[in-house]
Design a protein around this ligand. Structure first.
Ligand code: FPP
Length: 251
C-alpha cells in the first residue's frame, strides 16, 4: 500500500521497456509482447487515475524505434491506432484528457486524423492527463523548443524558461517520478530537459508484468526519497541556519 503521509507524485513518466523480451521468453513473437503491453498500460492508467496522479506520460514509440524491422514498426503503429480508437470512449467516460506528443508529421494522414480525433474528444476533460509520446525524442523536443525561442526572442536574450515553456509538454509540471521497466538503467532520449530533478526508478520487470502492486511499490519508493532540488533537506537546512546564527553571535 502507498504511504499516504508523503504526497502522491503529481506527474509520473514511464519508459515501458521489455515487451519484446517478455514475449520471447515465452516463445512468442515480439509483437505479442506489445499487445500484452497495452493491458499493462490500461492497468497503470486506472491505478494512476484512482490514486490521484494528475499527469501520466508514457513513451510508446521513440524517434529511434524506426530502426526496428519494418514489420515491427508497422505493427506498433497499427496497434497504436487501434488502441486509440478502442480505448478513447472509456477514457472519455473516466474524464481522462488524452494528448499525443512527438514529431507527428512523420505519421500517415489516417493516424494523424485519429490522433486529432481522440485529442479533440477528450480536450475538455479535467481528470488525469495522459500523454502518449510517439515519434518522440528528448533532443527533438529541446531542438524544436529552441528553434521557436530563437525565432521569437533571438539568441542573445534567451533564458532557460524560454525553452521550458516551448517544450512539447509545457502544459505539464516536470515529472516527479520516472519509471523504467525491463532492467535497463538509462533514459534513452526521453524527456531530457524536464527530467533534471526527477526521481528515477528502475524495475527489473518487463513492461507486460508491471502491474498495480509494482506501480504501488515504485510510488512507495518515491515517497521515501528526500528531494532537495540542489538545496538541503528541511532538517539539514534548519541545522545549518542554527549553526550559522551561533557562529554569527560569537563574532
Ligand atoms: C519497448 O519494449 C516498448 C515499445 C517500443 C513499445 C511500447 C508500446 C506499448 C507498451 C504498447 C502499448 C502502447 C500504445 C500506446 C499502443 P521493447 O520492444 O523495446 O522490448 P525489448 O527491450 O524487450 O526488446
Amino acid at each position: 500500500m502507498v504511504n499516504s503521509s508523503q504526497s502522491t507524485p503529481q506527474h509520473i513518466a514511464i519508459i515501458m521497456d521489455g515487451n519484446g523480451r517478455w514475449a520471447q521468453q515465452r516463445g512468442h513473437s515480439r509483437t505479442v509482447g506489445h499487445v500484452k503491453g497495452v493491458d499493462a498500460l490500461r492497468e497503470t492508467i486506472r491505478t494512476c487515475d484512482a490514486i490521484g496522479v494528475a499527469y501520466l506520460t508514457v513513451f510508446a514509440f521513440s524517434a529511434e524505434n524506426w530502426q526496428r524491422p519494418p514489420s515491427e514498426v508497422i505493427f506498433l503503429l497499427r496497434l497504436f491506432r487501434t488502441v486509440l480508437l478502442r480505448e478513447v470512449q472509456e477514457m472519455h467516460r473516466n474524464n481522462i484528457k488524452l494528448k499525443v506528443v512527438g514529431d507527428l508529421a512523420a505519421f500517415d494522414q489516417d493516424l494523424c486524423r485519429v490522433i486529432d480525433q481522440v485529442e479533440k474528444m477528450t480536450e475538455k476533460n479535467t481528470g488525469l492527463v495522459l500523454t502518449i509520446c510517439a515519434n518522440y525524442s528528448g533532443r527533438w523536443d529541446v531542438t524544436q523548443a529552441a528553434e521557436k525561442a530563437f525565432a521569437e526572442i533571438g539568441a542573445s536574450k534567451l533564458q532557460e524558461k524560454d525553452i521550458t515553456k516551448r517544450l512539447a509538454m509545457a502544459y505539464a509540471p516536470e515529472p516527479d517520478l520516472l519509471i523504467r521497466t525491463g532492467g535497463e538503467l538509462r533514459i534513452s532520449n526521453f524527456m531530457l530537459w524536464s527530467l533534471a530533478y526527477t526521481e528515477l526508478y528502475f524495475s527489473e520487470l518487463n513492461w507486460p508484468d508491471f502491474d498495480e502492486p509494482a506501480l504501488q511499490e515504485a510510488i512507495a519508493a518515491f515517497q521515501l526519497r528526500d528531494r532537495r532540488f540542489g538545496g538541503l533537506s528541511k532538517q539539514a537546512s534548519k541545522q545549518a541556519s542554527k549553526q550559522a546564527s551561533k557562529q554569527a553571535s560569537k563574532q
